[in-house]
Design a protein around this ligand. Structure first.
Ligand code: PLP
Length: 404
């Protein structure tokens, strides 16, 4: 049977992730019994998540709340929307009505819905370069043309953003929104400075653009300040895609979108036929977790310290073993971006590192919107243990010395 003729036109834009090959190879090696150290995950550490407590909540919710096994409203259970509204006021410093919060299937669900109601095929979207690969793929699958703006240690280069916008305007290209991960950026690990945040909002206002703020790592900040863009927005230009994935665990699939007016209305209409509702059981567990103050007790006061320690172990290991190499120094998030000498091939290095040294890392190239990041390697410090981080970096350094 040949299926091509049945496919929709938009299926032409659906492409697999360039990372799939690397991950497949890792799975094959593991299946053959090879022990691998993974610095590749995009997950929090299951041992820093209070699984016992969550287990108790799950039992309690399933036993006591009949609705927990049922469909619930497409925009989320009202108690959770109210609780998240309080949570955002307390920890993010802005007030939004529970009516403007829509609970989604993770931050991924939020970003997909936003793409669906904002992007027409051919529309221009601005992102950081590099940016989160899953969002790039989601927007490209909807037919968006992505324009990347380079990132440095202070986040998106807003000076280059202005240049890019002027250039696109001169060419008659209509940009609709800017997608940014201002805090603990994936994959760079950098956090946008306050000045850049202010400038970004000003530019968006001047050019009349929306900003989609991906706040996935706002609750994974180890030091420094990072005021959410939404808290600085007095024009309603910022739409937030949020998630509890990095706090509760990526398996819960509880995220949210904060939107107003027609954007909110259209998301609501779009959402129900796609997923009916975000997982109800997860929503009730999230509700109780937040309501009982466990976010503060287990995440802020304990979990974060564990991640900070692991970040420090990774940075020390890099400084010790590769003092002359270039890498980012995150104050938030889960990743360090490491750069091989320019001209080197990150994809080939990652393959060799896995085969020869048993260490899995993620090539940075596929996160870039152009060819500029071929020498980048994304390193995760949230999931592996401290000894694994030390050993993994030591082996990475060995290969690096052998080759460069
Ligand atoms: C993890 C992540 C998300 C959301 O993931 P979900 O598990 O779908 O909530 C969104 N954006 C970035 C940058 C992420 O790293």
């Amino acid at each position: 049977m040949r299926y091509e003729k049945f496919l929709a036109g938009r299926a032409n834009w659906v492409k697999g992730s360039a990372l799939a090959e690397v991950m497949k190879k890792a799975a094959e090696l593991r299946a053959r019994g090879k022990e691998l150290i993974s610095l590749s995950a995009g997950d929090p550490d299951p041992n820093l998540i209070p699984r016992e407590i969550l287990g108790e909540l799950a039992r309690e919710v399933l036993s006591n709340v009949p609705a927990s096994v049922m469909y619930t409203p497409a925009n989320g259970i009202p108690e959770l929307r109210e609780e998240i509204s309080r949570f955002l006021e307390r920890y993010e410093g802005y007030k939004v009505s529970p009516e403007d919060i829509i609970i989604t299937v993770g931050g991924t669900g939020a970003l997909d819905l936003l793409g669906r109601i904002l992007i027409d095929p051919g529309d221009a979207v601005i992102t950081e370069n590099p940016s989160y690969i899953n969002t790039l793929l989601a927007f490209e699958q909807l037919g968006a043309k992505i324009y990347g703006v380079p990132v440095d240690g202070e986040g998106m280069r807003v000076d280059l953003l202005e240049e890019k916008l002027r250039e696109l305007r001169a060419k008659g290209v209509k940009v609709k929104f800017i997608y940014t991960i201002p805090t603990g950026q994936n994959p760079m690990g950098v956090t946008m400075s306050h000045e850049r945040r202010k400038a970004l909002l000003e530019i968006a206002s001047e050019h009349d653009l929306l900003i989609v703020e991906d706040s996935a790592y706002n609750f994974m900040r180890y030091e420094g300040e990072a005021t959410p863009l939404k808290a600085m927005d007095d024009e309603g230009r910022v739409i937030v895609a949020g998630t509890l994935s990095k706090v509760l665990g990526t398996g819960f699939r509880v995220g949210w979108v904060i939107a107003h007016g027609e954007v909110k209305q259209k998301i609501l209409m779009e959402k129900s036929p796609i997923d009916f509702c975000a997982p109800t059981i997860s929503q009730y567990i999230a509700l109780e977790y937040l309501r009982r103050g466990y976010f503060e007790e287990y995440h802020l006061k304990r979990g974060l310290l564990g991640y900070k320690e692991k970040r420090d172990v990774m940075l020390s290991a890099l400084e010790e073993n590769l003092p002359d190499a270039e890498f980012t120094r995150p104050i938030a998030g889960m990743f360090v971006m490491f750069f091989l000498p320019s001209g080197a091939d990150g994809m080939a290095f990652a393959s060799e590192l896995m085969e020869k040294k048993g260490v899995v890392v993620v090539p940075g190239g596929p996160f870039y919107t152009d060819e500029s990041g071929k020498n980048a390697i994304r390193l995760n410090f949230s999931r592996p243990g401290k000894e694994e981080i030390e050993e993994g970096i030591k082996r990475l350094a060995e290969l690096y010395r052998e080759k460069f």
